[in-house]
Design a protein around this ligand. Structure first.
Ligand code: BTN
Length: 234
């Protein structure tokens, strides 16, 4: 089991993992009690005060065919772990975890390149555990504590890593297909009208399905469109 590097404070666990990718082993986990420059998707800031769980997993897989699906696997593992703890968590494509339509967790995955070639994947996870104040988050958010679930950050991390590492080999080999049915069972948006922001544009439509590759299939006025990346708003 790779080591967990635990810090009191970092600018960003993703930034640390990327900077030190060379000397870190495959599967290394970087965790910080707080981040001074936590990063979210689409260049957003991730408010990272004490009380949250902030960590990054560094992966150096030989098979890079299914990389985006590893982030989806992490989201599924978070969702399942939270449900096991008693909260009705659901997935918002591609990798947010919500409880009662409030954000509990987000993931930012980043690639490390060497000489323009893939070297490593960093999966950065933020989970609201017991922060005193989530009003700065910029969207409806909730913590486990507010849901009456009392768990220490390290116990949450241990549960999560056990689940993720157990599923990882199959996901690396088979991609979304290895967990797609479980993902879709926790994804409540099929048949609902949503708006996808991707590539600088917005597309409204009805969610038809998540494909066997983990992409979102949206029925729009222009026909069926497929999204492999984006932000979904319902
Ligand atoms: C999102 O926008 O929903 C993704 C948020 C990801 C935040 C995590 S916290 C640990 C890791 N380090 C970062 O700077 N960001 C990710």
């Amino acid at each position: 089991m790779p080591r967990i590097l635990q810090f009191l404070q970092l600018n960003s666990t993703n930034a640390y993992a990327k900077t030190h990718a060379k000397e870190l082993e495959d599967g290394a986990v970087i965790c910080a009690e707080e981040q001074t420059a936590g990063r979210g998707r689409f260049n957003r800031k991730w408010v990272s005060a004490q009380g949250g769980l902030y960590f990054s997993v560094l992966l150096k897989p030989n098979n890079t065919q299914h990389l985006p699906n590893l982030t989806q696997l992490m989201a599924l593992c978070i969702c399942q772990t939270v449900r096991e703890l008693g909260a009705p968590a659901q997935l918002k494509w591609p990798n947010d975890v919500l409880v009662n339509n409030q954000k509990l967790s987000g993931i930012l995955s980043e690639v490390v390149l060497e000489q323009n070639r893939f070297y490593a994947l960093v999966i950065g996870v933020g989970i609201n555990i017991r922060q005193a104040d989530l009003s700065q988050v910029g969207q409806p958010a909730v913590s486990l504590e507010a849901l009456n679930i009392h768990i220490r950050q390290q116990d949450m991390l241990a549960r999560l890593l056990e689940r993720f590492n157990a599923r990882l080999p199959k996901a690396l080999a088979e991609g979304f297909a290895s967990f797609g049915e479980e993902y879709k069972a926790l994804f409540p948006y099929i048949g609902r009208t949503v708006c996808i922001t991707a590539g600088g544009g917005k597309t409204a439509g009805t969610v038809r399905d998540i494909s066997s590759a983990g992409t979102l299939l949206l029925h729009t006025q222009q026909g069926l469109q497929e999204f492999s990346i984006g932000d979904m708003n319902a």
